[in-house]
Each structure stands twice: as structure tokens, then as C-alpha cells.
Design a protein around this ligand. Sequence first.
Ligand SMILES: *Cc1c(COP(=O)(O)O)cnc(C)c1O
Length: 245
Amino acid sequence: MKISSAALSHPSGRLAQVMSRLHDACARAGRDPGTVELIAVSKTHPASAVADLVGCGQFLFGESRVQEARAKIPLCPGRARWHFIGHLQSNKLRQALPCFECFHGIDSLDLAVQADRVAQELGLHPRVLLQVNVAGESSKFGFRPEALERDLETLLGLRRLQIEGLMTLPPAAPDPERSRPFFRQLRTLRDELAARSGAGLPQLSMGMSGDFQIAVEEGATLVRVGTALFGPRPAKGRGMEISDP
Ligand SMILES: *Cc1c(COP(=O)(O)O)cnc(C)c1O
């Protein structure tokens, strides 16, 4: 489907274009589009922008800062569902756990243990994805693959956390093809961990505006798309790994 540039200045046109690219990628990979969920990453954008997309039929949203999300979510339509996609500080767990149905940035055993304890206190069973630093970048949060192999059994023993799969954020690169090996590595790691532990680990959260089609080709079940849906963010909000002050 070709979409005119005029249509792309409207949320409905941008959503239609992203959905069409997502369907194309599914077709290339022989996948059912129903197996991939689009998360609209609304960080830095106002509640009104979320409401626009809800009006177009998009209900799943992602935020990466607890304070921003706590201010925004009550102003958004109640039909919106929320995933936390950023690095979570342990002192924000108590505030964050009740706001989100799934947490993509659980990036250390210590954080997982604390999340389990706070979830117990609050009577919650949060869905969790374990963030993996597949490229081994020192600037990125996440489990190194070998640490995850070592810690998985302990993680799966945390009774309050529903560990559903893995998430990654590959190194920023101008050419989306550069992300492919990292997406493939995440999927392979998931397959190994699932086979070894007997845990299902069905979810792979990977792919953003620049590379979500590649991620879908490599097995993503959740893609996190901000810019392609909402337009550019102010420069300050661009950092991927900035946490709350
Ligand atoms: C901001 C962010 C995204 C969305 O990035 P875009 O390039 O705007 O699509 C996805 N994942 C994470 C973890 C993010 O912080």
C-alpha cells in the first residue's frame, strides 16, 4: 500500500503506514500478523497524542520513565494499555508496578528479586521481559547472555514475576540490516533458554521505528515504535537509556 505524504502528517496515516509495513514484513517471513503486537512508544508526547491513536484503534502504549507515565496515564483514554519499556530503578518499583501490565527492562537479577518482593507486597503478578545486552555494549543495561544462562533458574523461581521472554536494544546504526544479527542472537538465546529450562518464553520484544521490519522477519512478537507513529521527539527525550532524575 502506498500512502501519500499528506496522509503521513495525520496519526491515522502514520499508523496505517506502520501497520502496512508490519504486514509486509510478516508476509515476507511467512508469519501471521496476529502474532506481532505493536507498542506505540509515547514517551515525551502528550496525552492528546495518545488519545488520537486510541481513536484510530491503537490501544497498546509504551513509556520509559515512571514519573512521566504516572502523570500522563490518568489523562489518557481508559482503553489504553501500558508497557514499561525502559530501565527501571529499584526505588521506583513501588510506583511503577501498579501502572503497567508488562515490564520490558528487567535487566539484572537484583532488580528482578526486588520487583518480586514489591509485587508480593502489592499483591501483583507483573508480566516481565528480561533485557539482554546481546552486543555487550558497556553503555547499555541488560543481562549478558552468559549471565542469563547462569541466573535463569533463579529468575524463574521468583513466584510473583511472570517471565514471558526477552527484550533487546541493539546498537544504534543507520542501516537497519546491522540490527539483524542481534535480533537473530536474541531469538537463538531464547530458543536455548526455553529448551533448557522448559519455560515457554514466547515473547521477543525487539525492533523500533528504524528496524522493526527486520525484527519481525527475525521473530519479534512485540515491536516498540515511537517516531514512526508520533513524529520526532524533542532532542532531550531521544536518549534510550536515560532514567528518571
Ligand atoms: C524510545 C524507545 C523506543 C522507540 O524508539 P523510536 O526509534 O522512536 O521508534 C523503543 N524502545 C525503547 C526501549 C525506547 O526507549
